[in-house]
Design a protein around this ligand. Structure first.
Ligand code: ADP
Ligand code: MG
Length: 728
């Protein structure tokens, strides 16, 4: 057999696990390739070191002359680690990371050369950025953007390149990347949360958002993956009949990690350690060949960078092990898809997690304040939160009968539900001393510091409180976490600002005491945002009906979901917080709508190609074999051949009918695509791709998959599900 499929299958068994020797403790190599605090102390002058630290903790500006000292120290360190190049490392709106390497090397005449890296090169660069998505922000004559150093995320060496995390902005000031709005949102939530913390502890000066992501992925033999044009071009299989065995035996989840996968993981973990990515957990996931990796949580901006970097590292290390990593949310029909849970919390410079119940009634009141404000923020902005995770690939999970639904709801567990119910009954207005004592001792004071029922979590909830953090589970595995993190931190920031205003209002207008005012506002919030709380099964039809009654949105497709990004409310929210201006919000919307259409367009083309150029010719070939066979039988047996050729004749007819099915649906899809392509308006185009083109995928796939079951296995050119998912 000359097909790629058989060639790839033959190769698989030659790929033995690569043995990785680990002689050092991981803690010893952790951060070895990062320009971290310890390294900075070693390579920077005291003044330079202090100025970086101030930039990190207070956001203060770094003086240009000091930047020269820093760049020199950074260069010395990088060269000592065998780096030859440097790059500004950023995250344009393609979702991937971008880098353009420049050598330290410079000639100085007379045939001599030196290694050079100046402050200016550290602080700002001007990559030729005209080919990055910008949503019309930069018109061609102003097609310039620049990258600027983000000192809050440390520089690192990747391979032989010094990478400097940067923001990417247009010369007109608008953000062209994911990091800029995220940093602004983190700033907003910091100042809003500090102001609220002052009610409880005057010593709080800074509040950091934390993020702990969990990355799910599939690991497929690279030869097998490469033999599938759909995986190569779209990251997922567009067709393929389910294997006889899938995940029904539940034998993969937390099972023994296969040797080859384990070798990959160890190699990956070593590289992550060097880069300072604190990976901690690894395990098999639900679907065959599906795995998960999770780090120890970090400050959100750093965690976002680390996730982006890790995805890149995974890709590279996988290559070394003859694997291909699939990050797509739904690479295979019929088995679980992949997500990226975003575990989120807020913590103070005094070492308190604001989403963790404390030991005293006062610290618990602080916990409840942040807990309830978060719930209110999610309720008031559920559509925007849904929009922040919308993508063509995530549509396959959300609302497609796979965890979690496209409806945003919040799970808090039985214990906290009880607490909220009791708080809801707090008297309107000033509380009597007896009431206050009661409340503090018996309600607020009784929250256990370990929330037991939250360990048995409702896995169907898209946004769940899990003991000391909220877990945003609807995020897709391919997503850049900056997008949902920008929205979540922004809506919470806005909510905390509103909360403080209301509390202050009650204190000054109704001369309430601080505690009375806080209880009163929280009570109203609980009443107002009750509808977002849901503890039941999120997959059920009943929930869809119930959610509709509650007025919650259920935006199942990306074009529908994205609209919330440019609602008046969303634009105002981001504007008021200084996270994004109107132009930036609209540009992002346009980029994402266009990306959606482009992705479906690519899938449509690939599917049509595979169906017409791979599947149909194979089916015809097999049908011809059958026809020859029938002719032969007729020649030998004469009139009685029909009885003997019953199965063959039946197959011939079935094949014809499926070929006809493919032909008519592919033709129809091509027509719909042509129609969509003539539409200029990006929003309309996306809707056409979503509602007219995409639905035909299923029909085409149906006929192809049926043919896969009919046609001789030896002729079938496409690597099958059982091979992709069970061979390694
Ligand atoms: P799972 O949800 O799979 O049971 P864990 O509960 O172990 O996983 O935690 C998953 C992620 O949550 C990890 O990345 C972990 O670092 C992160 N995490 C734990 N505590 C916090 C917190 N307070 N804030 C943010 N992330 C956290
Ligand atoms: Mg989790």
């Amino acid at each position: 057999m000359a097909t790629l499929r058989f060639h790839a299958l033959k190769q698989v068994h030659r790929h033995k696990p690569i043995h990785i020797e680990e002689k050092v403790r991981r803690s010893e190599i952790f951060g070895a390739n990062v320009f971290n605090e310890t390294t900075m102390r070693q390579y920077l002058t005291k003044e330079a070191f202090q100025s970086v630290m101030d930039a990190i903790s207070k956001g203060s500006k770094i003086d240009r002359s000091i930047a020269d000292h820093i760049s020199t120290g950074m260069k010395e360190w990088a060269i000592s680690k065998n780096a030859t190049h440097y790059t500004h490392w950023f995250q344009p709106l393609t979702g991937a990371t971008a880098e353009k390497h420049d050598a330290f090397f410079e000639t100085i005449g007379s045939g001599l050369a030196i290694e050079k890296f100046e402050g200016g090169q550290l602080v700002q660069q001007e990559p030729d950025a005209s080919s990055f998505p910008n949503g019309g922000i930069r018109n061609t004559f102003e097609a310039r953007g620049y990258t600027a150093w983000d000192p809050t995320s440390p520089a690192f060496i990747y391979g032989t390149t010094l990478c400097i995390p940067t923001v990417f902005v247009a010369y007109t000031g608008e953000a062209l990347d994911y990091k800029t709005p995220l940093l602004r949102a983190l700033q907003a939530v910091d100042s809003a949360a500090v102001a609220v913390c002052k009610y409880f502890d005057k010593n709080v000066k800074k509040v950091n958002a934390s993020l702990g992501w969990e990355q799910e992925y599939f690991l497929i033999d690279s030869g097998l993956a490469m033999s599938r044009p759909d995986i190569v071009l779209t990251g997922r299989t567009l067709l393929g009949h389910s294997a006889a065995k899938g995940q029904q035996l539940d034998d993969h989840y937390f099972g023994t990690i296969p040797n080859r996968a384990m070798a990959f993981m160890r190699d990956l973990e070593t590289e992550s350690m060097l880069l300072g990515i604190p990976v901690k957990t690894r395990h098999n996931e639900v679907a065959p060949n599906q795995f998960e990796l999770a780090p120890i949580y970090e400050e959100a901006n750093l965690a976002v960078d680390h996730n982006s970097l890790l995805m890149d590292v995974m890709d590279k290390i996988a290559g070394r092990h003859n694997f291909k990593v699939l990050f797509h949310e739904k690479p295979f029909a019929g088995v679980n898809g992949s997500g990226k849970h975003n575990n989120w919390s807020l913590s103070t410079n005094t070492g308190i997690n604001l989403l963790s119940p404390g030991k005293t009634p006062m610290s618990n009141l602080q916990f409840l304040t942040f807990f309830i404000n978060t719930i209110k923020a999610v309720y008031d902005n559920e559509e925007l939160l849904r929009a922040s995770i919308a993508s063509a690939s995530n549509d396959h999970r959300l609302g497609a009968n796979e965890a979690p639904p496209a409806i945003i709801s919040v799970f808090i567990g039985a214990q906290l539900t009880k607490v909220l119910n009791e708080l809801e009954n707090v008297t309107d207005g000033k509380l009597s001393p007896q009431e206050k004592t009661d409340l503090k001792l018996n309600v607020v004071g009784k929250i256990p510091d370990v929330l037991l029922d939250n360990t048995d979590r409702n896995r169907t909830s898209p946004f769940a409180f899990t003991g000391n953090k909220f877990e945003f589970r609807a995020v897709g595995s391919t997503a850049n976490c900056a997008n949902p993190m920008t929205v979540l931190n922004s809506i919470v920031a806005q909510q905390l600002i509103d909360f403080r205003e209301e509390v202050e209002g009650l204190i000054s207008e109704k001369t309430m005491k601080k505690d009375d005012a806080i209880f009163n506002v929280l009570r109203e919030y609980i009443k107002a945002s009750k509808n977002i709380l849901f503890e039941g099964n999120g997959y059920g039809d009943e929930w869809e009906k119930e959610a509709k009654k509650r007025g919650l949105s259920n935006n199942k497709t990306t074009p529908e979901a994205l609209k919330a990004k440019v609602s008046k409310k969303a634009i105002r929210l981001f504007e008021e917080l200084g996270v994004m201006n109107k132009v930036e919000s609209e540009a992002r919307y346009e980029i994402e709508v266009e990306e959606y259409a482009l992705r479906i367009q690519i899938e449509g083309r690939v599917l049509a190609d595979i169906a017409r150029n791979h599947v149909v010719p194979t089916a015809v070939k097999y049908q011809n074999i059958l026809i020859e066979n029938v002719k032969g039988l007729k020649e030998i047996y004469g009139a009685s051949f029909k009885k003997l050729a019953k199965e063959q004749l039946n197959l011939i007819e079935q094949i014809s009918s499926h070929i006809e099915g493919i032909n008519s649906k592919v033709t129809k899809m091509t027509d719909e695509r042509k129609k969509a392509n003539t539409v200029e308006n990006l929003e309309k185009k996306a809707h056409l791709y979503c509602n007219k083109v995409k639905p035909l995928f299923e029909d085409i796939r149906y006929h192809c998959d049926k043919l896969e079951l009919l046609v001789d296995d030896e002729l079938w050119p496409l690597t099958k599900y059982r091979e992709l998912l069970f061979t390694y």
